[in-house]
Write a protein that binds this ligand. Structure first.
Ligand code: GAR
Length: 194
């Protein structure tokens, strides 16, 4: 990995699988005055991901990766990352697990956002689990990606209250709003530390 030095902007790739509201939000932040990053590439395992439209709109290179064979898929991703000189990766609703081998190549350079207060509720259906377990609080977490699912070192978290009549949809909407505040803040914290 190239050493991240000086005041130049860090080249970021965002990985998405779906609607890409976090991707859209990170793009917005990348255009802010004094932003320390540029989004140069978006990767998706899903050619129909709605979020890919934001790439077109903002002239960001996009690459759709066929995930039938994970080894080949990751080889292709690495090639694209190299081509675009990517220094940091932000997973934003990317619904594929990265291999140990891949993660090692970007040690402490892959961030993820997860819609729960990790270490609680790793994996899928987090909001429904929160409702079923009558949790009083939930939230979102930005963390480094490690070889274990949703388990890397936590960078920042935001807690929200869960109400008695909450549904998983209502919680998801409220948490997503918080994700849009948390991810840029956590990213800023990471970029300052580089
Ligand atoms: C977000 O809520 C994100 O936290 C979640 O997927 C959603 C993507 O929304 N990620 C995970 O569940 C990863 N384990 P978006 O496509 O609108 O950014």
């Amino acid at each position: 990995m190239p050493k991240l030095i000086g005041t130049k902007k860090i080249n970021i790739a965002v990985f998405i699988s779906g609607k890409g509201s976090n991707f859209k939000n990170l793009i917005k932040h990348s255009f802010k005055k004094n932003s320390k990053f540029r989004i140069s590439l978006v990767i998706s395992n899903n050619s129909k991901a709605k979020g890919l439209n934001y790439a077109k709109k903002h002239n960001i290179s996009k690459k759709i990766i066929n995930y039938e064979n994970i080894k080949k898929a990751e080889k292709n991703i690495l090639k694209e990352l190299k081509k675009s000189k990517i220094e940091l990766i932000c997973l934003a609703g990317f619904m594929r697990i990265l291999s140990n081998n891949f993660i090692k190549k970007f040690k402490k350079k892959i961030l993820n956002i997860h819609p729960s207060l990790l270490p609680k509720y790793k994996g899928l259906d987090t909001h429904q689990k929160v409702v079923d377990n009558k949790e009083k609080y939930s939230g979102c977490t930005v963390h480094y990606v490690s070889s274990k699912l949703d388990s890397g070192k936590i960078i920042m978290q935001k807690k929200i209250k869960v109400f008695r009549n909450d549904t998983s949809d209502k919680i998801a909407k409220r948490i997503l709003k918080q994700e849009h505040l948390l991810y840029p803040k956590a990213l800023k914290k990471v970029l300052i530390s580089l």
